[in-house]
Design a protein around this ligand. Sequence first.
Ligand SMILES: [Ca+2]
Length: 345
Amino acid sequence: MPRTRLFRIGGLAGALAAAIAAVPVQAQDEAGFQRYLPTLAQQAAAAGVSQRTIDAVIPALTYNARVVELDRQQPESSPNAPVPAFAPYRARHVDADRIQRGRAAYLRARGRLSAIERETGVPESIMVAIWGHETNYGRVMGGFDLPRALASLAYEGRRRALFTDEFIATLKMIDRGVPREKLVGSWAGAFGGPQFLPSVYLRLARDGDGDGVADIWNSDADTLASIGNYFVNAGWRAGVPWGFAVSVPASLDRRSIASRTTSPRCARVHGRQSQWKTMAEWRALGVVPQARAWPGDEVLATLLEPDGPGVTAYLLTGNYRVILDYNCSNFYALSVGLLADAVER
Ligand SMILES: [Ca+2]
């Protein structure tokens, strides 16, 4: 966001500077935002949004300083920052309350969930665990007006391309019949039970209750069907676990199993995992499952020791990568998997 830097200078320039300084920053932002809106309107038209929607939405928008402030509070991820311990995160996210309410949601939606599982191969418990993590089963979905928030973030410019695309996607949702007043969500544009971004909604939201509308704000069935569809689209394989807890012998040479590749996406998250090996290979290295039988010998997995050697470690399959695709954080994906296991138990 452009902010005028003022210096103490004399004469006419000084008077002008004083006049600019007298205008509050908020008003300068609003004026700049209003000057930026025609650019967004042009981009929306070029992307195929109807003129009717553009005229109905864009002229009425005002700048939202709050979302820009929230965006600036996001910590920059430093490659050298120490990784915190997983155990406290797990205790906060896979707690008795979330497990108990996950079980209740699971039982309530059982008929619907098993139909989605039959169709998609995505376990019912995984869909419920994502729902629980994203919005505490629909309790916390955000109250920001999405077109206003996204247009403000696009104007601010730090991640302009991303927010412009997502802003345009909200207009396409309106073109597709979503009522304007439904477009409410979190400050960065995610909304509804699954916390989809608008572009993800356009691609992957599904109608789960058969009324013809993918209402992921109000319909639990639509939320769960949409999460299932996301997972199928991201490559979930039926019948393979996400991963499981294992014990690793202290003698295992960690350097010999370290990953030798760098992921093009989320490199730091993937870099904490080992090389891929088959279950047969892990077994030969002395790794032992803590509470379940081995899946098939040929299933591939990486090893993650989130709190270092000597503490519970996890073997993670390709399905774990699908959870990372939803939200690229090892702690998030581990606790989704563990919550799913707890809900199912
Ligand atoms: Ca529906």
